[in-house]
Design a protein around this ligand. Structure first.
Ligand code: AMP
Length: 366
């Protein structure tokens, strides 16, 4: 039986690797469809532990804990992309793992990911492999400044990246990055950032949610708005790109594709920035703003159930509560039409995603 030919039944147990808010919202959506979930996370304070009956608190390198976890579940999925390959392989030898962990080889490495996307004929910012300060100088000569340098692995929310401008001290920037594996990307003068949340079933059927427009502050998502303020033809192109990526990865589950909208003489065009092989912050609006959420869609896809055709309830705004902003929750509770989600994280830290608020308004006339 291949991982993608599984069909789960209500009452079966889904194992979730990772215990953050994404795992918490996946487990809640799974429960609504009659599944049980077991969460695996090394952090005893993981918010996802609060919503499941069974949790495994162990390191991802703990082979015995992984084996026991596999015995307890019918299928394994994950809520973050940096799952160690060794852990995924141990689990995959015992239980179906979806999306298949080979996807992670592509998406954990920004260079492999950019090569993969460009190999499909999909546009990205100009980029170069950079493994030394000399290589960085060569890459700058080709790509020009300003440019963005990013570590190939383990970057998120702007961590492991820096903008390089004329006159910057390249030695210092290279040392500050603390890696020998990076990429340099042309700085993209985008007019807006968008993302597509796409689900692909084991039968190859793809369903995309409406295109989301994303506003970042300090590289962290602050607000998502749906629909994105782009033409229907550009939105169709964006969905087509996400579907092509999901198909080429033979993906089963939900993924997010982040894109830049760039002004161009012939009309705005799209550049792919990043693929997230999981449910995504820019899809949280679907919980209250659509008939089916990204979390339910992911559970349906991995369970071998039919994907839903999500109907959007209106113009949706999702605002992240980051760090101390969560202290404002009582005010949000009084805002008419607002739905408040708090992730139950004990410790507030700057930049930490603590919750979000969704507001759904009647769609403005076209
Ligand atoms: P990333 O970690 O690649 O998703 O980048 C985080 C954020 O940094 C993006 O959402 C953009 O706002 C910004 N950013 C990343 N790469 C570029 C780029 N090449 N040009 C301009 N802005 C960028």
């Amino acid at each position: 039986m291949t991982a993608s030919s599984v069909t789960l039944k209500p009452g079966d147990t889904i194992g979730i690797l990772g215990g953050g808010q994404l795992g918490r919202m996946l487990a809640t959506a799974a429960a609504r469809l009659g599944f049980r979930c077991q969460v695996f996370s090394p952090d005893p304070d993981s918010p996802a532990f609060d919503v499941v009956q069974h949790g495994t608190c162990a390191e991802y390198a703990d082979v015995e804990a992984l084996e026991l976890f596999a015995n307890d579940v019918d299928l394994v999925t994950y809520e973050f992309e940096n799952v160690p390959a060794a852990a995924a392989m141990i689990l995959a030898a015992r239980r179906p793992v979806l999306p298949e962990y080979t996807v992670l080889g592509t998406t954990q490495d920004r260079l492999a990911e950019k090569d993969f996307v460009s190999g499909l004929g999909i546009a990205t910012a100009a980029y170069a492999d950079v493994s030394s300060v000399d290589a960085l100088r060569g890459a700058i000569a080709r790509i020009k400044l300003p440019a963005v340098i990013k570590t190939r692995r383990f970057g998120y929310d702007g961590k492991g990246q820096a903008i390089i401008r004329d006159g910057d001290d390249l030695e210092q920037i290279w040392i500050g990055l603390a890696t020998k594996a990076a990429i340099l990307e042309a700085f993209v003068p985008f007019e807006r950032e968008i993302s597509v949340i796409a689900a692909r079933g084991a039968d190859g059927h793809v369903e995309c949610f409406d295109v989301t427009e994303n506003e970042h502050g300090d590289h962290i998502l602050k607000v998502s708005r749906v629909p994105a303020a782009i033409s229907e033809s550009l939105a169709a192109q964006a969905r087509g790109i996400a579907a092509a990526i999901a198909n080429a990865l033979n993906y089963v589950g939900v993924l997010a594709v982040e894109m830049f909208v760039v002004p161009d003489d012939g009309g705005p065009k799209l550049l792919v920035n990043e693929i997230a092989p999981r449910v995504h912050n820019s899809g949280h609006w679907t919980l209250d703003g659509a008939s089916i959420s990204q979390f339910e869609q992911h559970i349906r896809a991995i369970a071998g159930w039919p994907l839903g055709k999500a109907v959007r309830h209106g113009a949706v705004t999702m605002t992240n509560l980051i760090g101390n902003e969560v202290n404002d929750y009582a005010r949000w509770l009084t805002v008419p039409g607002a739905t408040v989600h708090l992730y139950g994280k004990g410790v507030v830290r700057p930049g930490r995603k603590m919750g979000h608020v969704t507001e759904v308004a009647p769609e403005p006339p076209k």
